[in-house]
Design a binder for this molecule. Structure first.
Ligand SMILES: [Zn+2]
Length: 244
């Protein structure tokens, strides 16, 4: 659903009205609205309002604002500059560069020794003049791009690198374990999975309480008093403590 207005309140009330109409339609057709999975975002050039979130509720639930929604595979951003999309797509640049390498050195390539024609539109650049040839193998280049991402994100990636899990194109440790064990290991490593806190967020349950009484987040699963304890170091190895 989209709307274009001059002010945020106008947008908010138009969207809410639309959603109210949708609710009636849902009810009539025995469909269930899912406000928990519905995201909203705004596109505008008012830098002063860059952080302004839309306040829209549907069926009593405030809808989640999303700064960079993905639509048909394209990561959108507030000003539609596609900067977010381009940054996310680093690995794709490796593929283009690999193609450029082939074009430059392989005489079987269709475009070997071909030079790019003068472009007619600013937005239509041939890959011949937007990319340079690779200096390493595509695998190495992909890993380097990946490594760059890991470093730039400032996320948990650094911790995992110290524990010996590095960006490469092999399966992470523990892949010789049964599938269920390996799956759980990876879910704990990345901190996403079916814990009670997530289930509450996904509107599957109403309570996030663990059997021990505390909120059951992914971190909690590792140090719950009623379950075997394990640390990030155990997960990386994985040790007997992590497999328990
Ligand atoms: Zn617990």
């Amino acid at each position: 659903m989209t709307t274009q207005q001059h002010t945020f309140p106008e947008v908010e009330s138009t969207l809410e009205q639309g959603l109210t109409d949708m609710s009636a339609y849902y009810l009539e057709n025995h469909l269930r609205p899912n406000p928990g999975k519905t995201q909203i975002c705004s596109f505008h050039l008012k830098n002063r309002e860059a952080k302004r979130e839309l306040d829209v509720t549907w069926a009593g639930i405030k809808l989640e604002n999303h700064q960079h929604p993905v639509y048909l595979g394209v990561t959108l951003d507030r000003t539609l500059s596609y900067k977010a999309h381009i940054q996310k797509d680093e690995p794709r640049t490796v593929i283009t560069k690999a193609e450029r390498t082939k074009q430059a050195i392989d005489n079987r390539h269709l475009l070997h020794e071909h030079s790019a024609v003068r472009k007619r539109l600013g937005s239509r650049s041939s890959f011949l003049d937007t990319s340079e040839a690779l200096e390493t193998t595509p695998t190495d280049a992909r890993t380097t791009e990946w490594q760059k991402q890991w470093n730039s994100l400032g996320s948990q990636a650094a911790q995992w690198k110290e524990r010996g899990i590095t960006p490469d194109e092999c399966l992470a440790t523990g892949h010789d374990q049964p599938w269920a064990v390996w799956k759980t290991l990876n879910r704990l490593r990345v901190g996403e999975g079916r814990c009670k806190a997530s289930m509450k967020k996904w509107n599957i349950t109403t309570s996030d309480a663990c059997a021990c009484g505390e909120p059951q987040t992914m971190e909690h699963l590792m140090n719950c008093t009623q379950a075997p304890q394990c640390t990030g170091d155990d997960l990386a190895e994985p040790t007997a403590a992590a497999l328990a």
